[in-house]
Design a protein around this ligand. Structure first.
Ligand SMILES: [Fe+2]
Length: 270
């Protein structure tokens, strides 16, 4: 899975023959990146990597356009002392902006992420509203306090943050190596612009988003990939309650299923 950079041109073009426009655009961008060096950087930073220019401009522009059009669908949440902001779950994205789901499942993107993390990655299950979601910071004081993106799954949970819109003073503050035995934590802080990415192991990176000011707008897209999608029932319950209260609302998290609703892609129970 790490041999793409070394592929012969004929093999590479044959591989691309059946891919989507999103795959082809991403492949063209990623060919210019030194995956081996980035993988070393990811490991040295305790499973964390920031790239300030990753997505092709055409894809970033389309994300920003969708993020603006989805403002009426934003679910606002407020947890005193911890979190204030808006979010749009994967279920709403499936219905109103399915190209985001296509980007999430892009084989070219997942191959590249596997090359950086060294893990085999799976998309999150269909009923996980975090699998791909948009987070909005549009009112004064929107923020999220220090936390980890804890995995409730049996395996690791990787987070990929993608900058979509940033007309704000919000910062992603983080601490590397808080759970690396024998290591001193290393603090960092970034404002990631549209098209930038942040990749990390959710259980290893302590992080927060600082409060927005009046008149600002910031939208970030989050993708979540897992290494083992099994989840014990009590963890599922805790995870669902957290998602309903802190992010998407009970209606999005505890969606009723029709008997035929084996896949949630493109479906929304009314
Ligand atoms: Fe987070």
């Amino acid at each position: 899975m790490n041999a793409r950079l070394d592929e012969a041109p004929a093999a590479a073009s044959a591989r691309q023959a059946g891919t989507s426009p999103i795959d082809r655009a991403l492949s063209a961008t990623m060919r210019g990146l030194d995956r081996h060096r980035l993988r070393e950087q990811f490991a040295a930073q305790g499973a964390f990597l920031y790239l300030n220019d990753f997505l092709p401009g055409s894809l970033t522009a389309r994300l920003a356009e969708s993020a603006r059009s989805l403002v009426p669908a934003v679910n606002r949440n407020y947890l005193p002392g911890h979190k204030q902001g808006g979010s749009v779950s994967r279920h709403t994205i499936d219905r109103l902006a399915p190209h985001i789901a296509e980007l999430y499942r892009s084989r070219a993107l997942i191959d590249w992420l596997e090359g950086i993390t060294g893990d085999t990655l799976q998309p999150s299950p269909d009923d996980d509203p975090h699998a791909y979601a948009l987070y909005y910071y549009t009112r004064e004081g929107d923020h999220i306090g220090w936390h980890y993106d804890t995995s409730y799954y049996e395996g690791r949970r990787y987070t990929l943050l993608i900058g979509v819109i940033d007309d704000s003073s919000c910062r992603l503050d983080y601490e590397l190596h808080t759970r690396t035995p024998g290591a001193q934590p290393v603090a960092g802080s970034i404002q990631y612009p549209p098209g930038a990415i942040v990749l990390f192991d959710g259980d290893k990176l302590r992080h927060r988003i600082t409060p927005s000011r009046a008149g600002e707008m910031r939208v970030s897209l989050t993708f979540e990939y897992v290494t083992d999608a099994r989840m014990r029932p009590w963890r599922r319950f805790i995870s669902n309650m957290k998602d309903a209260i802190a992010y998407f609302g009970f209606r999005q998290v505890f969606r009723s299923r029709r008997p035929s609703d084996t896949s949630t892609a493109g479906r929304e129970t009314a």
